[in-house]
Design a protein around this ligand. Structure first.
Ligand SMILES: N[C@@H](CCC(=O)N[C@@H](CS)C(=O)NCC(=O)O)C(=O)O
Length: 203
């Protein structure tokens, strides 16, 4: 039997959430390792060996060490749920669509949302940042809504790791994306109530 996967995080609700949720969905054994930032857990020489940036999440799966939450989820779904939570490589169009959502969720959507939580020190900066994020979310909405108005999950083939990535990121822009858009709110309800999400304590 394979050794459990080691998952390094700071808490349940950081970017390790999507990885833990995917592992729960796949019922792949794993161990949580929570690093204490205040006690230098992210900066320790041992941790820097597996993640030179001193960030989370990182996984160790046998002899593979991997960081970047989207890359981790792409790898895990391919390795442990290909054809179930990740489309087969032969299905080129669906696969391309899937990879797009996996990357978009962090590189485009999360990147914008994260602006609200970083380097905002004064009320003026907060206002400018919120305006920017709100405008950007209006654009993100035009990408999500046409899909979620016609189907329950982001891929026409059904629930996949791409839904996990999106649902882990979207709540960061709750007021701009979820609250004003019933289609996105229903999508979130559907996903938040999955036993895998509940076990992983994502929300
Ligand atoms: N793009 C990376 C971002 C990783 C990241 O920035 N993680 C945060 C936690 S959610 C972190 O480790 N921050 C370092 C810190 O707070 O010191 C990913 O998706 O894995």
């Amino acid at each position: 039997m394979n050794k459990p996967i080691d998952l390094y995080a700071m808490a349940y609700q950081d970017r390790s959430d999507r990885v833990r949720w995917l592992l729960e969905e796949m019922e792949v054994p794993y161990r949580n390792h929570f690093l204490d930032k205040k006690k230098g857990g992210m900066d320790s020489a041992n941790y820097r060996l597996i993640n030179p940036m001193g960030r989370v999440p990182t996984i160790v799966d046998g002899d593979l060490i991997l960081h970047e939450s989207a890359a981790i989820c792409l790898y895990l779904a391919d390795r442990y749920a290909l054809g179930k939570l990740a489309p087969h490589y032969e299905n080129i169009h669906l696969r391309a669509e899937y990879v797009k959502w996996m990357v978009w969720s962090t590189a485009s959507l999360e990147c914008v949302i994260a602006r609200m939580f970083t380097h905002v020190n004064t009320p003026e900066e907060t206002e400018v940042t919120h305006k920017f994020v709100k405008e950007q979310c209006e654009i993100m909405k035009t990408i999500l809504l046409p899909v979620l108005s016609k189907q329950d999950y982001i891929l026409s083939s059904g629930f996949s790791a791409a839904d996990i990535m999106l649902a882990a990121v979207i709540p960061g822009a709750h007021d701009f994306l979820v609250k004003p858009n019933p289609e996105i709110a229903r999508y979130m309800d559907r996903l938040m109530n999955r036993p895998g999400a509940i076990k992983a304590k994502v929300f």
